[in-house]
Structure formats: structure tokens, C-alpha cells
Design a protein around this ligand. Structure first.
Ligand code: SF4
Length: 328
């Protein structure tokens, strides 16, 4: 199967007054057609900056300083500003964190939705309105016609998130990126949104990339996961492999830190804290917190090593010749 999106050795730097922030450091992954890919990591792991790079939205003092991003035949890092207008919003779209901030508070919902359709599809006002109402109904908004006439402040959090999803889907993109889509929603609305995203993947055929720090969301909806830390990919695997047999010490530690309703033992927190972006550790970025760290770990960055189909791990333990490492 051909990848829809292929990110290779992506490097992003922010040149600040205080020094150079190494936000993304040689990240590689791909998204398959009709796949839901989860990008997981703690704050500061580089997942949102990676998404912004894919959207061509990294702003000064940030720069993509290396690598490639391929969307089908298009090389995104080589697009001109004019070409981006054709790709962004039509072929790739993104739902940003906090929909209430992403919607324009001064414009009615209908106007905001229709403008995008008219801009990208050169459609009439009537056709754009029809498409917007149809999609609002598809995301289970019963009074879609009335909602077109409301302002963002008149919507609940769950409703705003659905409007953002409609906004992202209105031009039929190939790839939909969602940044922390469930943050701030209560658990029942969260579950409704995840069910909706699952349905939309089937009905629209758009691939989805979900950025989250919530491993529960990933288990619920994703086919495959990329685990990031310190601006690097630590492990990538199909969901059932990652949860059933994680190979990277960081993935294992993350899973051990999830609260279990029926757990009889205490949670195991990961010692220490995420590295300072201005002061990234040398070698493996996880080495100051890793229980398995060896002298080599602080000197050499481990390469991503394929273990099985679509399962890759970046850890020196796996290059010692034993691919069945027991991290217990
Ligand atoms: Fe731990 Fe070393 Fe593996 Fe990094 S490379 S996760 S420090 S064992």
C-alpha cells in the first residue's frame, strides 16, 4: 500500500534569543490510506511542531531545517506560498487544540464553513451551504440549519469540536490532522467524538493523524502509534503490538503510568521530567530517566531499527543483538 504521507528525517529548530531550541530531531513516519495514526508524547516531545510542519505553519523564529515531507506526489517543503493555499484546507486539514479559540468569534458558523468551501471549490453560496448543512448532520448535529446562523460563543465545547471537524472535512481532504481533539471535553462527549471520527474515516476515506498525550484515546481509535520523546521517534507500532508487547523503555514506562480501575498495585511514575528544549541531553534523549541506560546511551543517538512489519524501535538495547529484550 502506498503511503499518503511520508515524513523523513524532519528537523525543526527555533532560533530564540536564549539559544536554539531543537524541537524536532530527525523524525520519520508515514500515514497509510484510510489509516488512523496516533502521535503520542508528553508536552515538549515535538508532536505539535511536527504537525505544524506538515501544515506548513511553522512560524519564525522556527524553521524546518532538514528532511522531507511528501504528500502523495507533492513535496510539501518545496511548495510556494501560493501552492500552499491550494493544499492546505483542501488536501490536508487540521483541527487545532481548543476549538473555541480556532473559530472566529465575530462570524456566524455558517459563514465560516461556507467561505472555506467557496474558496477551495469555487462553489456557489447555495452549494457551499448545502454541503455545510449535510456535513453538520453527518456529525450528528440535529438542528444543522439553525446552527449555521449561530456564533461560536453560543456553542458547547462538544458542538464546537464537531464544527471544527466539519470545517476540516468540508473540502474532502486526504489527510485530517487533529491536535488533542478530546482535551477539555467530558468523558461522554469524548467518547461520542471518538465514535464520530471512526465513522467519518469509513464514510470519507480520509486518513487521520491524531496528536495526543492520552494513551486511552490511542487505544480507542488508532490503528498505529508513533511514540515521541525529546523531538525524536522512540517507537512506532500497530496499536495491539504497542500495548501488548512494547519494546522501548519509554513506551513501557508510559504504559505503566496509566491508572487502571482494577489495579491492585500503585502507579509507577516515570522519574525526572522531560528535557529542557534549550538543553537537550546528548545521545538518547530519554537516558537521564531510563532505568536501562548504559554509558553508550548518553553518547550515541540510537537509530530506529525495524523489528517487524511497521514496528520500529530506537533503543541501544535492541542493537546489542537481542531483539527479545525483557524490560521488566
Ligand atoms: Fe534507555 Fe539507552 Fe534505550 Fe535510551 S537507548 S531508552 S537510555 S536503554
Amino acid at each position: 500500500m502506498t503511503d499518503i504521507l511520508s515524513v523523513r528525517d524532519l528537523t525543526v529548530r527555533f532560533f530564540t534569543y536564549y539559544g536554539v531550541v531543537h524541537a524536532v530531531n530527525g523524525v520519520s513516519f508515514s500515514v497509510l490510506p484510510e489509516e488512523t495514526l496516533g502521535i503520542v508524547g508528553e508536552s515538549g516531545s515535538g508532536k505539535s511542531v511536527t504537525a505544524l510542519s506538515i501544515m506548513g505553519l511553522v512560524e519564525k523564529p522556527g524553521y524546518v531545517t532538514g528532511g522531507s515531507i511528501q504528500l502523495g506526489e507533492r513535496s510539501l517543503l518545496k511548495l510556494s506560498a501560493k501552492e500552499w493555499l491550494d493544499v492546505r484546507g483542501r488536501e490536508i486539514t487540521m483541527c487545532f487544540q481548543n476549538p473555541m479559540r480556532a473559530l472566529n468569534p465575530l462570524m456566524k458558523i455558517g459563514y465560516q464553513l461556507m467561505r472555506i468551501h467557496q474558496a477551495h471549490q469555487s462553489s456557489s453560496k447555495h452549494d457551499a451551504a448545502r454541503r455545510a448543512v449535510a456535513l453538520l448532520k453527518q456529525v450528528n448535529i440535529a438542528d444543522a440549519e439553525q446552527l449555521m446562523d449561530r456564533y461560536p460563543h453560543q456553542l458547547s465545547g462538544g458542538m464546537s469540536q464537531r464544527v471544527m471537524v466539519v470545517m476540516a472535512l468540508i473540502c474532502g481532504p486526504r489527510l485530517l490532522i487533529l491536535d488533542e481533539p478530546t482535551t477539555g471535553l467530558d468523558v461522554t462527549v469524548q467518547q461520542q467524538l471518538l465514535n464520530l471520527l471512526r465513522e467519518l474515516r469509513t464514510s470519507t476515506s480520509a486518513s487521520q493523524m491524531i496528536i495526543t498525550h492520552d494513551l486511552g484515546v490511542v487505544a480507542n481509535i488508532c490503528d498505529r502509534v508513533v511514540v515521541m520523546y525529546g523531538g525524536r521517534v522512540m517507537e512506532t507500532a500497530p496499536v495491539e503490538v504497542l500495548y501488548g508487547s512494547p519494546k522501548h523503555p519509554y513506551t513501557t514506562a508510559l504504559l505503566q503510568a496509566i491508572p487502571q480501575v482494577d489495579a491492585k498495585t500503585d502507579l509507577t511514575p516515570i522519574p525526572g521530567s522531560v528535557p529542557e528544549p534549550l538543553n537537550m541531553p546528548t545521545g538518547c534523549p530519554f537516558h537521564p530517566r531510563c532505568a536501562h541506560a548504559m554509558p553508550r546511551c548518553s553518547e550515541v543517538v540510537p537509530a530506529l531499527v525495524p523489528l517487524a512489519e511497521r514496528h520500529e524501535v530506537a533503543c541501544h538495547l535492541l542493537t546489542k543483538g537481542d531483539d527479545h529484550v525483557n524490560f521488566d
